[in-house]
Design a protein around this ligand. Structure first.
Ligand code: NAD
Length: 355
């Protein structure tokens, strides 16, 4: 019953629990909304503390994909999958192919791709069992790792937020702290460095930190000092829920703009808390859409890499529109962006129903 309560409150269409004894695979696929098309969203593998934590994550992430895909103008719905467990111990060919079989069993209602702890190489194994997978390497005719496009869109969104706050979109001289220098974070650091921003980085993985420090000269900030750091822009690019009761009162920045999904721990509370402190928040699902634009074009065979970057440029205007709407309607940017997404789903839903 608790599961149906969660599904009801977030309005999911379908949740699929998958288990395979021989490989130890435990996965949950969340299909949130398929009005615009099949539910597309990556698979995240994570060592969740409990099954209920994994369920909450997949429900939140798949719902976010509905808004993200709709706002990016794509003809797809929102879905996501999580796999429970330690990738270093569990991930192998049979494990990934078994997951591919579960995706295949949904007959194209859900299309998977990479997310945290999953790579293009993993998609190759999944693709041995299903064609409903995207984010494949170039040598297989795919468009490769979506992370560079995600980072580009995030950078474009950050510039739009800067335009709003500072009157100009240059990031030169701005103190930007990138939290999480994984696939997306590293490419974001690259864009910021090229624009002469003052870049600071934080991560729990020392090896990656040192690599970025060496390559870009970005100063390292200890994880415990991130939130109270004197910065202009905070760019969360690790995991979600970093904007919460504990962290928001510590923030001194004027902008939050990053790639991590579900940055607001509670979207009904923490978006408003940021406004109270005069901090402009660029909704994560709006500015991190570059990656899904890339994998969608691959799946729908409707574009190529250059077009994915061009479509990601639109994130700039979409964010300004969301910030304007938020001000006009006295709501948070998150709420404004969600309304814009719902408007499109409703309009296109009616088009599909008309005859
Ligand atoms: P990744 O796993 O490559 O990188 C995440 C990084 O965050 C790692 O280096 C990890 O060590 C670090 N990290 C984890 N916990 C941390 C903490 N508490 N403090 C500091 N660093 C921490 O993942 P990624 O592909 O770069 O994605 C980053 C975020 O962006 C995720 O939330 C993901 O869902 C989101 N996102 C990614 C894409 C994409 O194209 N890869 C698209 C949309 C959204």
């Amino acid at each position: 019953m608790a599961i149906f309560n969660q599904m009801t409150s977030m309005e999911h269409e379908q949740v699929v629990f998958c288990y395979d004894k021989p490989t130890g695979l435990k996965s949950i696929i969340g299909i949130h909304n398929t009005v615009l098309g099949p539910a597309l969203g990556g698979t995240r593998m994570w060592n969740y503390a409990s099954d209920s934590e994994a369920l909450t994550d997949v429900l939140r992430l798949s719902r976010g994909m509905t808004f993200k895909n709709a706002l990016a103008g794509l003809n797809i719905g929102g879905g996501k999958a999580v796999i429970i467990g330690d990738p270093r111990q569990l991930k192998n060919e049979a494990f990934l192919r078994r997951f591919g079989r579960f995706v295949e069993s949904l007959n194209g209602k859900y299309v998977t791709a990479e997310d945290v702890s999953m790579s293009t190489a993993d998609m190759v194994y999944i693709n041995m069992e299903t064609s409903h997978v995207t984010g494949l390497p170039e040598y297989m005719g795919g468009m490769g790792d979506p992370s560079p496009v995600t980072a580009y869109g995030t950078y474009v969104g950050m510039k739009a937020a800067a335009k709003r706050v500072y009157g100009a979109d240059s990031l030169e001289g701005k103190k930007v702290l990138v939290q999480g220098v994984g696939n997306v974070g590293q490419y974001l650091v690259d864009h910021l460095t090229k624009e002469n921003a003052k870049v600071f980085v934080s991560d729990i993985n020392e090896e990656k930190l040192n690599e970025v420090n060496k390559k870009y000269g970005a100063e390292i900030i200890a994880p415990k000092d991130v939130y109270s750091f004197d910065m202009d822009i905070y760019a969360p690019c690790a995991l979600g829920a970093t904007l919460n009761d504990d962290t928001i009162p510590q923030l001194k920045c004027q902008i939050v703009a990053g790639a991590a999904n579900n940055q607001l721990k509670d979207e009904n509370v923490h978006g408003a808390e940021l406004i109270k402190r005069g901090i402009v928040y660029a909704p994560d699902f709006l500015i991190n859409a570059g990656g899904v634009i890339n994998v969608y074009m691959e799946y729908a065979k409707s574009g190529h890499s250059k077009m994915a970057y061009e479509q990601s440029d639109k994130i700039y205007d979409t964010l300004l529109e969301a910030l304007d709407r938020a001000e006009r309607e006295n709501i948070t940017p998150q709420e404004a962006a969600m309304k814009m997404a719902v408007d499109r789903i409703e309009k296109i839903g009616k088009v599909k129903l008309s005859y």
